[in-house]
Design a protein. Sequence first.
Lengths: 251, 323
Amino acid sequence: MEILTAIKRVPETGAKVSLTDDKLDIDTTSLGFTFSPHEECAVEEGVQLVEEHGGNVTVLTLGEEDATEQVRSAIAMGADDGILLDGGDAEWGPAGTAKAIAEAVEGSDTDFDLLLFGNESADTANHQVGVRVAEELGLPCVTGIKDLDVDGGTAVAKREIPGGSEVYEIDLPAVVTVKEGLNEPRYPSMRAKMQARKASVEQTEPEPHDEGLELVELEVPETDDSPAEILGESPEAAEDVVDVLEELEVV
Amino acid sequence: MVLALLEYDDDGLDDVSLQALTLARDVAEQAGESLEAIAFGAGAEAVAEEAGDHGVETLHVAAADALDDYAPEAYGRAVVQCAEEIGTEAVIAPGTDRGAETLSHAASKLDVTMAAEVTDVEVGDSYELTRQRWGGTLIEHSRLTAETNLLTVAANEVSVTETGGDAAEVSSFSPELEDGDLRVQLTEVEESDVEGVPLGEARVVVSGGRGTGGDFSELEALVERVPNAALGSSRAAVNEGWRPHDDQIGQTGAKIAPEIYVPAGISGAVQHMVGCKGAETILAINTDPEAAIIQKADWAVIADLHEVAPAIAEELEARGHSE
């Protein structure tokens, strides 16, 4: 199987987010970078499928040149090849991102059987890049998948709903966007990380696209940090807890 | 015209659809336009009254044998055709899996960018949006200037209001599907073998984190004592292998909206809190008075959850509360 997994470099935000002076970005001066849990599962799933069925996993990202760091992290997890669509420092919207990825797929020498994405990115959460890539390429697409089974040219994908899951059967090639919980991503060994540092990452420069959705500014929301009313510091507080539950009429 | 996409079940319109409808009506009123809606399946006629009560004038029912089972690309196609037929300036969908998926297909077909996770719209020459990034820990103000503005409404952020209007007029709508639109279609729905109330629907959610040390038995026993209660967990507990991922509350797990949330032995990381921001109240149990969760909670008990949870269960029993 030939599998493409798409990931996005995002800052590792801590308890408090602070913004740059122009309020157009997160101040990342003291932050590390990563890719999201959904996308870790996408990479892991690709690697597991190739372990089972043979083939290659190609990991792709669109971002600044430093995003090769995340491509290498995915290679350390077991991906075979890396591609950076060098978008520069600018923030790319979902339509432009999808067009660039679709073009890279069409221009590739590899015929991919499966394109794996995170259901939504951790930062901008636009929820649409995977679907748009599928539309651009004329491929079927399922989203929000937490269970995936590939058998020959078809896949059975499941999406969690309250009290159960929806089951979809799709023909490959296809686009699947996944959620955390699909699998347990592995921790790469130090040896794998060292080797990944030497892996070559193919680079191309995609054409920007006008989105019609323009960022005006970001804002860190006010949070109510007034301290809680302390009901007690021992199990005897259970009486007050039950008073609260009775007051709310939930028991 | 403003068009809202609605999801429903046997009990009527879904909560997030009602929230989307409330925001859609606000947009329509600001724009001086009428509010219409689209829903799929023959059963959709049954929600005409409820839709009208929330300001919908016309409900377009897309019903055809081929559309009985959810099919994202076909639904996206139908939304595009309905929007074009009635000449709408905006399509507003609930920020659910299906809502986002259907509208993503529509957005791609219309070659416009969809704005997801929107919480507020100011209508002027353009749409001035407020939307959520990072699960709501960051707010984005942005400007949407598409020919048709497509947006999904963030779940549990908009307070639902009603207009008391008459039932919406039902208009049947037959989309012209193209080859491949039904390539992806819901094959079956599997019921979970896990018993009890789904997390997203529970009125009371008790959850445990690293502070449980892996022992959830007291929390399980407490949940069993409370009607409409469900047990959740933090990401740390899932990563330890103590709980299945389905129980995880947070940015990459379940989003809950109970009347009271009881996190026990959970520190309250930002990524966890965005999963429970829909909770009306929070009562934290934690041994650490400095834990972030104490700042976020309305009430707190500073003690060991392994002692507090059984004490609460006993007190409930003593007062005659039982499932």
